[in-house]
Ligand binder design. Structure first.
Ligand SMILES: [Zn+2]
Length: 149
């Protein structure tokens, strides 16, 4: 089976988040190649510090499937998940995580607390990083560059 990335959907959600004035991070959750949920950050819109793109797609996919676990599902996110999202990904039993840019400031997968290799982590997805990394990073750089002007 050939690998087909679904990062483009996540990038589109990240661009839409930037247009709403949110930090441009987007995510999409799939099962067997079928989209269950897609979202961008909505922390400002919802006044909710947990409304990260990953949490939003996990909630929606669980609602769609009527279950609390997403065993075997694929999650694409444009930025390395933070510790909160990484723990949620673990709790949801997601099968594979694909992310774009790494996040030295807030990432919790490849750095910081490294949630998936922590002894208390009960489930770790397969992790593939650097997917369309340059585009994800450029979106973030452009967004924060605009903020500073
Ligand atoms: Zn997060």
């Amino acid at each position: 089976m050939t690998f087909r990335s679904h990062m483009q959907i996540a990038l589109t959600e990240a661009e839409a988040a930037a247009a709403r004035g949110e930090i441009p991070v987007g995510a999409v959750l799939l099962r067997d190649g079928e989209v269950l949920a897609q979202a961008g950050n909505r922390t400002r819109e919802l006044n909710d510090p947990t409304a990260h793109a990953e949490v939003l797609v996990i909630r929606e996919a669980c609602r769609v499937l009527g279950q609390e676990r997403l065993t075997g599902c694929d999650l694409y996110v444009t930025l390395e998940p933070c510790p909160m999202c990484a723990a949620t990904i673990s709790n949801a039993r997601i099968g594979r995580l694909y992310y774009g840019a790494s996040d030295p400031k807030s990432g919790g997968v490849g750095q910081g607390p490294r949630i998936f290799s922590h002894p208390q982590c009960h489930h770790a997805p397969e992790v593939y990083d650097g997917i369309d990394e340059a585009r994800s990073a450029a979106l973030l750089a452009e967004f924060f560059g605009k903020l500073r002007k």
